[in-house]
Write a protein that binds this ligand. Structure first.
Ligand code: ACO
Length: 325
């Protein structure tokens, strides 16, 4: 039976110009390139200028995605922007992006699921498109995590970076098979019992400040692989798709050891894993569309390829998506 699917028309990304290497961090705090690379796989990250906001990064990524899709911004009637580092407490950064793109119809809103934000935003947009409520959506992950880092805390500040990525989705009628183009399935989970393991120690209602990121790294690591692989198995069970069918595994880029262990547990071959954590660090909600854009640009991802996306982050939240390019 035919089915409406959210088909990907294009993707794009933007990284701030300034690159900060591990060596540069080691000159400022008690760390080393060797420690950071061995524990995380990160070698460098991009950091936004003081006058460069999350919305600015998002607008550049959105423009790139629209150009890749060969689409005028006016064709977009839904913007879902995942971020934990909005320009302001309100209005939503998505509204600034909407305005920056010259769009004043449809709806635009932010979504907060920390590092899982892009998968949550993709699932949200997909559900709106499949009901027929909207026709074309921009799904954006954009972050300036550098603003909420405690630059004296070596356990966290070496891990994160800034950036933005976006995709354009269009509702299209498809045959209703797993060979269809577009989003085939999404699976979202959260469990607030873990909320104190990775959080920001400030907020408008509690401290009236922005706060800094705090993390029990070992605790996050302990739960990550199990949660990630469980929610991917949910996606496999829902579709009958297996690890062998996957062309590209495009995980949230938090830590190479988490990615390697997840791929290993799922029997996904290392050559199918898209890795950008070395160059981008953990850009939270932006990391999946940033990695996707790299793999599309360099020609790895081709029309018809089956992509497996996953993320896990603060909350904890975690999720997976299967998307045919
Ligand atoms: N440089 C040098 N030494 C450091 C650094 C650093 N940047 N950071 C911590 N250390 C030290 C610690 O002080 C500690 O020293 P001690 O033994 O003298 O007390 C030692 O290294 C070991 O510290 P641990 O925190 O136990 O190190 P661990 O091996 O757990 O690695 C890490 C830390 C990399 C954060 C790891 O726990 C991890 O990857 N966790 C997952 C967290 C993650 O990826 N979070 C991202 C957000 S969540 C997400 O997106 C999935």
């Amino acid at each position: 039976m035919t089915q409406i699917r959210s088909v990907v028309l294009g993707c794009g990304s933007y990284l701030p110009e300034r690159v900060v290497t591990n060596a540069e961090l080691a000159a400022r705090i008690d760390t080393s390139d060797e420690w950071i690379v061995q524990r995380t796989g990160i070698r460098e990250r991009h950091i936004a200028d003081d006058d460069e906001f999350t919305s600015h990064l998002a607008i550049k990524a959105a423009r790139a995605a629209l150009a890749h899709a060969r689409l005028d911004p006016q064709a977009i009637d839904l913007i879902v922007l995942a971020t934990s580092t909005p320009d302001n407490t309100f209005p939503a950064t998505a509204v600034a992006v909407q305005h920056g793109l010259g769009i004043n119809h449809g709806a635009a809103f932010d979504l907060q699921a920390v590092c899982s934000g892009f998968v949550f935003a993709l699932a949200t947009a997909d559900n709106f498109l499949r009901t027929g409520a909207y026709k074309r959506a921009l799904v954006i992950g954009a972050e300036t995590f550098s603003r909420i880092l405690d630059w004296n805390d070596r356990g966290t500040c070496v891990l994160f970076g800034d950036g933005a990525g976006a995709i354009v989705l269009e509702a299209q009628t498809q045959p209703g098979k797993t060979s269809d183009s577009g989003v085939l399935t999404t699976h979202l989970r959260s469990d607030g019992r873990h909320k104190a393991k990775l959080f920001v120690d400030g907020g408008p209602s509690s401290t009236r400040t922005v706060g800094h990121l705090r993390m029990e790294g070992k605790e996050v690591f302990k739960h990550a692989v199990g949660m990630i692989t469980d929610v991917i198995v949910d996606a496999f069970n829902a579709t009958g798709i297996t690890a062998e069918d996957i062309n590209w595994f495009i995980p949230h880029q938090a830590n190479k050891r988490i990615i390697d262990a997840s791929a290993h547990k799922l029997h996904i071959a290392p050559q199918k894993v898209v890795l950008t954590v070395d160059k981008h660090g953990n850009t939270s909600a932006a990391s999946i569309p940033l990695a996707l854009s790299v793999a599309v640009k360099d020609g790895r991802v081709k029309k018809g390829d089956l992509l497996l996306l996953e993320a896990m982050g603060g909350g904890f939240t975690w999720g997976s998506a299967l998307v045919r390019w």
